[in-house]
Structure formats: structure tokens, C-alpha cells
Design a protein around this ligand. Structure first.
Ligand code: LLP
Length: 436
């Protein structure tokens, strides 16, 4: 997985760091991110646009994993940034991310969030619906401030992925419908707003997608409309944002394309269609989240209790679970894992990995082949870099694990382990007078 390998001590090594030593130093559970892998992914996406001379922005979808260090790394690699809330925006500003490269998403941005975006003068707001469009128009008018916008449209495409992470189909809470006139009305309204500078159109068809067909179909549908709007309203799109959603390999069942392949096919399709429709070639923006950080992340756990249900199953529990990785419980997501301290030992046991939360559904991996695990073993679960920490929670008041970045044999903490004091930090004892 990723750049993980087995070192001469027979231990799993990530980014030149021995995972057993990482555990001695930082404890478990521990998220470990391979920085070089993130850099390589970022470069792979960008390289293709450069190769074909296409103006682009590769915006990291920070919902996948946001922290100050992560956003600094994204900036170092020349990425733009997609944020979906004032909290993600705040983190970006705290990381000193260049504001002009921040794009603000979300289907229910509050007035306060829009004002924050205007205060920081971010690069672009991706307007999702009429409520937002009107609110933004009024705010910009009041402040006499210009803002770049994209309109998010729903192209009516069913991508093959988990229902909960499907977003491009018609019956979706996101975006203006492309087909029933909503998007066209939004376009006309936006073009009329003195302070709104409509750069183009955004669409996102879903997540963990393995084929290019859906992206290409979305591009065709949107360009077709853009061509019609060009004739009807004289609108010339500068930007076509095709969203994120590029799949990664969690288990051997997943067969994704490379970043280069996704991007190259998109470029060819947009070129072909814009030529056919006599539209100028727009900038292409994309928003990868999972594919930038997913397989760069590995979670290390200590093995704890075991339970055998005779003739049925062996449960092996680890010191984390749905509090640090809710994806198996939420999406039935599958993961692969090894014992980090002896990854090459004969895998002659089939065990099911249980989390420690008080919930039967807190199972990380069913029926995993491993060497018989004992209490001195460390379990390394691969591919936890996207939507792991970012969806972590304090269920059962379990503190969030720390995040460590590894690169060239060096490790550094970029998010500290939560403490018990952190857990009660916002609590106000019933016995005290509230100050709120
Ligand atoms: N752009 C937009 C507008 C999005 O809604 C998303 C993801 C992305 C970009 C990034 O998608 P990615 O490249 O990461 O697939 N929590 C779920 C995934 C939710 C994705 C939400 N939107 C999971 O753990 O699988």
C-alpha cells in the first residue's frame, strides 16, 4: 500500500519511518501520513494539465482531511483549496493559505459564512441554490464588493458508488438542476448581478468513482448547455469545474485509474466538445480529496481483547474504532490491514477486527487473514487518510488520536492527541452559574 514497505527488522515502514518505533514514540491509535505520497499525487494531477497546456486549478477538497499542516502542504504543492464551511475556511486562513485560491462550497452556507468569505476576499464562491444566490447578491451590493462565482449544477448522472456519496443525480440536495431550467434561471440572474462575476459552471458527480465515463458525460452535458447559453445570453465560460471523486484502492476489489488517466481523458473530452460547439477552451478545475490523501494515511492500533464464538468467529479488538474511522459502520467500507510489527508472518488465522465503542456495528474489518494476533501486536489499517480524521468523533468520550506526518525517515506530530481535559473543555458543571 502506498509507499509502505517492510524494513530489515521485518517491520512495516512508511516514509522511511519504522512503524513500531512510531508507536513507541507516539502511542496508539495513531494516524500516519506519508507526505511524499501526497506530493506525488498532487504533482501527477497538475502534470497532465501542464503537459497539455490547459489552464487549470487542482483544488484539494479539504473535507477529506483538514489541518493547518495539511493545508500548508497543499499550498507547497501548488494546489488550490475547496472548503465547505466556515470552519474549513478558518483553518485555511489559519494556515495562511492564499485566499485567492480558496473556493467555497456548500448547500446551505449561512449569511455569516458568506460574509466571512467576502471579508477574506476568497477566490470564488460556488453558489449552490437560489437562496444563496440572492443572499450573496444582496451582501455584495451592500458592501459594494465584487465576488467571483461558479454555479453548481446537477447534471443528472448516476455514478456507480455508494448511495450516500452519490451527488450528481437529479434527485439530490446539491446544485441547480441542469435540465429543468433552474440552472438557466440562475445563470440569467447571476449575469444581471453587478457585483457577481460568473466564471463558469461546477459539477461533481460523486465519490470513489473508478471510471471516466461519468466525468466525460457530465462534461458533455454541461458544455452542451453552455453552448446554448452562449447563443442565448452571450455567456462565455472561463471555467469548467468537474469536481472530485476519483477512486482509490482500499482493497484488491478496487481498481482505480491513475490521476493522470482521469485528467487526460477529461482534457481530451473538453477539447473535443468545445471544438465541436465552437466554444473557447475553458480552464479546467478539479477538486480531488480522497485521491490526494486517502492511501497516504495508515492507522496504527494496539491489539487488545479477543473473543472466540466457537465455530463462528474470532473477534480481535483494537484500541480505536468508529470514533477514528466511521466509514465501515457508515458505508460498509472495506479495508486491508497487516500486523505492523510482523507483516510477513504466515497469515494463518481469520479474525474480525472490532472497535472499542459500545456499539455492535463498531467493526472495522470482517474476516481478515492475519498471523494469530497477540497483545504485543500492532495493527496497521491502510488507506485511512481520507474521511478518517475528518469524520472522527468523540463517541464514548474517546479522545481523537494524533496525526503524524512522515517523510524521508523523519516524523512530526501535526495534530496532537486529544486529552481528557480537551474532552471536558466546553462542559459547564451544572453546579456552576452559567456565564452564557
Ligand atoms: N467536490 C465536491 C463538491 C464534493 O462534494 C466532494 C466530496 C469532493 C469534491 C471530493 O471528493 P473526493 O475526491 O474526496 O471523492 N465521507 C465520504 C465521502 C463524501 C464525499 C463528499 N464530497 C466517504 O468517506 O467516503
Amino acid at each position: 500500500h502506498g509507499t509502505a514497505l517492510v524494513n530489515d527488522k521485518g517491520h512495516l515502514e512508511i516514509g522511511g519511518c519504522d512503524t513500531v518505533e512510531l508507536v513507541e514514540k507516539y502511542g496508539t491509535p495513531l494516524y500516519v501520513y506519508d507526505v511524499e505520497l501526497i506530493r506525488n499525487r498532487a504533482r501527477a494531477f497538475k502534470k497532465m494539465f501542464e503537459k497539455h497546456g490547459v489552464k487549470s486549478q487542482v483544488a484539494y477538497a479539504s473535507k477529506a482531511f483538514s489541518s493547518i499542516a495539511m493545508l500548508q502542504l497543499a499550498h507547497e504543492e501548488g494546489l488550490s483549496l475547496d472548503v465547505v464551511s466556515s470552519g474549513e475556511l478558518y483553518t485555511a486562513v489559519a494556515a495562511k493559505f492564499p485566499v485567492e485560491k480558496i473556493h467555497f462550497h456548500g448547500n446551505n452556507k449561512s449569511e455569516e459564512e458568506l460574509e466571512m468569505a467576502l471579508d477574506y476576499k476568497i477566490g470564488c464562491i460556488v453558489v449552490d441554490n437560489f437562496h444563496e444566490l440572492h443572499m450573496l447578491h444582496h451582501l455584495c451590493q451592500e458592501r459594494k464588493q465584487n465576488m467571483n462565482i461558479l454555479l453548481r449544477v446537477t447534471p443528472g448522472i448516476e455514478a456507480h458508488t455508494h448511495d450516500y456519496i452519490l451527488t450528481g443525480q437529479e434527485d439530490s440536495k446539491f446544485g441547480f438542476d441542469l435540465e429543468n431550467g433552474q440552472a438557466e434561471t440562475a445563470l440569467a440572474v447571476s449575469m444581471d448581478c453587478e457585483y457577481l462575476n460568473l466564471l463558469g459552471i461546477h459539477c461533481h458527480i460523486g465519490s470513489q468513482i473508478f471510471e471516466t465515463a461519468g466525468f466525460l458525460l457530465a462534461a458533455r452535458k454541461v458544455l452542451e448547455k453552455l453552448s446554448y447559453w452562449n447563443g442565448e445570453y452571450g455567456f462565455v465560460p472561463q471555467v469548467l469545474n468537474l469536481g472530485g471523486g476519483f477512486g482509490i484502492r482500499y482493497t484488491e476489489e478496487d481498481i482505480p485509474l491513475s490521476p493522470e488517466q482521469y485528467v487526460e481523458e477529461m482534457i481530451f473530452e473538453v477539447r473535443k466538445e468545445t471544438d465541436r460547439l465552437s466554444l473557447p477552451m475553458p480552464e479546467i478545475w478539479i477538486e480531488p480529496g480522497r485521491s490526494l490523501v486517502g492511501d497516504a494515511g495508515t492507522t496504527l492500533y494496539s491489539i487488545g481483547s479477543k473473543k472466540t464464538v466457537p465455530n463462528v468467529r474470532k473477534y480481535v479488538a483494537i484500541d480505536g474504532g468508529m470514533s477514528d474511522n466511521i466509514r465501515p459502520a457508515l458505508y460498509d467500507a472495506k479495508y486491508e490491514a497487516v500486523l505492523a510489527n510482523r507483516p510477513l508472518d504466515q497469515q494463518d488465522e481469520v479474525v474480525s477486527i472490532a472497535g472499542k465503542c459500545c456499539e455492535s456495528g463498531d467493526m472495522l474489518i470482517w474476516d481478515l487473514s492475519l498471523p494469530e494476533p497477540g497483545t504485543n501486536d500492532i495493527l496497521a489499517v491502510f488507506c485511512t487518510g481520507a474521511y478518517g480524521y475528518s469524520m472522527a468523533n468523540n463517541y464514548n468520550r474517546i479522545p481523537r488520536p494524533p496525526v503524524v506526518f512522515v517523510e524521508n525517515g523523519n516524523s512530526r506530530v501535526v495534530i496532537k492527541r486529544e486529552t481528557y481535559e480537551d474532552l471536558v473543555r466546553l462542559d459547564i458543571p451544572f453546579s456552576e452559574k452559567s456565564t452564557i
